[in-house]
Design a binder for this molecule. Structure first.
Ligand code: ZN
Length: 199
């Protein structure tokens, strides 16, 4: 017996989530329709609204409901420094350390041969434009010390170096293979203080 077409459609749609295969997609769909219709409705609504209103900040590229996010628009940040991080969560963690008061640029990813993510996919052209704009004097690369994070930082430093921009790399105070989100605020703050110049 075939499932209703709309159910099949829901199952197929759920598979756009990372790591969700055919079996988990079926489980999720059954759960939403059988066990938590309220939750399902809230999810549908939240997705719909987020898709309509959330875009990327023109300056730092993080998620934002306004063309320029509140942090970039605040006018209270040191605009000569630009810290490049992988994800918005890294930016939030960096903020928690209170060790940095400059501007950010969020890549929304990292270079990854395995996943087919190249310089184009993470819009490095937008980063170059940003790094050359305004009052930026120094770019701090705060990529994770993972193989992909290192490769990304290396690529960016080569790229920005060609444009004569001063570049620093967050210190290795972070554990090897360390992702920023698994590092405590104190260690991260220290790593920021010990930034070393790479250009
Ligand atoms: Zn912004």
């Amino acid at each position: 017996m075939n499932s209703p077409a709309s159910l099949e459609q829901l199952i197929a749609a759920l598979r756009c989530l990372p790591g969700v295969g055919p079996k988990s997609a079926v489980r999720m769909a059954y759960y939403l329709l059988q066990r938590d219709r309220k939750g399902a409705s809230a999810l549908a609504q939240a997705l719909d609204i987020a898709l309509q209103v959330v875009s990327h900040c023109e300056l730092c590229n993080t998620f934002s409901e306004t063309p320029v996010c509140p942090m970039c628009a605040s006018g209270k940040r040191e605009d000569s420094m630009l810290c490049v991080v992988e994800m918005p969560t890294d930016m939030m963690l960096m903020e928690q350390t209170q060790a940095y008061n400059g501007m950010y640029y969020v890549l929304m990813g990292r270079l990854s041969h395995l996943d087919g993510i190249g310089p184009k996919e993470i819009h490095l052209d937008k980063l170059i434009t940003r790094a050359q704009a305004g009052n930026v004097q120094e770019v701090i690369l705060a990529q994770n010390y993972t193989v992909e994070g290192e490769a990304t930082a290396h690529y960016i430093s080569e790229l920005l170096g060609k444009h004569g921009i001063r570049i620093s790399r967050i210190a290795r105070g972070m554990p090897m293979g360390g992702e920023i989100e698994h590092v405590d605020a104190g260690t991260l703050a220290q790593a920021m203080l010990e930034c070393r110049c790479v250009s």
